[in-house]
Every structure is written in structure tokens, then in C-alpha cells.
Design a protein around this ligand. Sequence first.
Ligand SMILES: Nc1ncnc2c1ncn2[C@@H]1O[C@H](COP(=O)(O)OP(=O)(O)OP(=O)(O)O)[C@@H](O)[C@H]1O
Ligand SMILES: [Mg+2]
Length: 252
Amino acid sequence: MPKKIATGIPGLNELVDGGFPEGRVILVIGGPGTGKTIMASQFLYKGMYEDNENGIFVSLDERKEHFFSEMLQFGRDFQKAEAERKFAFLDATRMSRVLMLKEKLFKEESRSLRGKQLSMDRLIEDFQVKIAAIGAKRVVVDTLAALVYRFPDPIERRTAMLDLIESLADLNVTCLVTTELGRLSLERNALEEEFLVHGVIMMQTLFSGGTTTRAIQVEKMRGAKVNPSLVPYSIDQNGIEVFPNMPLFGEQ
Ligand SMILES: Nc1ncnc2c1ncn2[C@@H]1O[C@H](COP(=O)(O)OP(=O)(O)OP(=O)(O)O)[C@@H](O)[C@H]1O
Ligand SMILES: [Mg+2]
């Protein structure tokens, strides 16, 4: 059994049987604004400063400066962590913009899967280099949802995601990968990515009686006795906290 890694999110360890399995890939699924980026960065930050595990944030949708300033609001100084070589930020947003631009300019040529696949291989190489450079033990990829624009074709996209998740699993680091929940169907169909990862955590905002409640659920964690209940969580100036023993809507 893999060692457990403290999640860095108060209350979450209790739901996942003590922590995330070391070296495995965990998928965090949630709609816009549910706190995926905050959760993922909290996992990295606590790792760096409480567990002596360096971290890498691979961003597919946010620039570094934006990420730094957003996280400072929660008292997390990633710029300082970067200077201390505990942290590295990998900006993978440019790649997607360049690709999209190229596609517009040279429609036929760069539409080829090969071109896209090359850039995906390049991304994987880039983070292997960064991981080695700072001896990272934790990696975040935020967010797979951004790949939808790069790979509009579902089959190409699945191949790209498979590649990415497989190479993450090979790296021997604990990975949190975020993705978005399609908002089309009420009865949710399992996302393809869910079958490829070791664990799945779902974050959502529920509406009931005129109030909204944030709710989190561990849908799977291979090899662990999880608590599969849907329980509340909050976001405040300290970040995310999960309440594993609290009922979802007020008093019972
Ligand atoms: N200080 C704070 N107190 C309470 N809630 C906050 C605070 N700061 C941010 N939030 C909430 O956090 C949420 C944004 O978190 P985050 O950016 O992690 O979400 P996300 O799931 O990554 O969203 P996106 O899909 O846009 O990437 C927003 O709903 C916002 O209301
Ligand atoms: Mg986000």
C-alpha cells in the first residue's frame, strides 16, 4: 500500500482514509468557482511548508502573476517559495494560445494531431525537467478543462489526457489534476478522465431553499476506505476547509 500524504485541507484527510496515496494521480472535479485552484494550491503550499515536499503548479489557464496575486489573498506567498526553490510554476497557457493562433493562420498544416501531440510531449518533458530541478514531490495540473479548446476532437482529447495522466503516474510524485464538470446533464455521466486516475474528488455548489451550500464528495480512492458522504466545505481567507461530520443543510 502506498504511504499517505497529508492533503493540506483541514477535514479532508478524514474522508480519504488518512491522506492521498503517495505517487498517485487524484482528479478534482468541480464547476466554475468551486475552489479547485485554491484547493490544489493549498495542497502544494502545505506540502512545501509543513511536509518538506516541494511542489510544481502546471497552469493551463492562468498566468503566473495572476496566480501569485490570487494566492497572496490567502496568505500564501508562492513567489517567495519560488525564490526558495521549493516551488516552480510552469506556464502552459502560452502553448495553447500559440497553437490556436497557428491553427487560424495555417489551418490545414497545424490542424494535424502530430503538431498538437508534439506540444503535449514537450509539456510533459518540461515538467519532468522542473520536477528534477527542485526535487518536487507534489504536482498540480490546473486545469484539464483547458485542453478542450486545444483538442476539440474528443478522440484526440482523450489520447492527450491519457498521455498526460499516464506520464504523471510514472513520475513518482503525488498529483492533483483539476477538471471541470460539464453542466449539461443533471444525471452526470462519468468523465473519461475518471477511469484513468487513482482517486476522484467532486466539488459542487448546491442550491436549496434559497441558500447555497458548498459540498464535497470523495467518489473514489483506489485501495483506501473512503467516506463517500457528500459533506459541506467552506472557502475563507485561509482557503478551504472540509467538515466531514456536519450535515449538509443546517440542523438535522
Ligand atoms: N476570501 C474569500 N472568502 C470566501 N470565498 C472566497 C474568498 N476568495 C475566493 N473565494 C471564492 O473562491 C472561489 C474561487 O476559487 P477558485 O479560483 O479556486 O475556483 P475554481 O474552481 O478554480 O474556479 P475556475 O473554474 O474559475 O477556475 C470563488 O467562488 C470565490 O467566491
Ligand atoms: Mg481555477
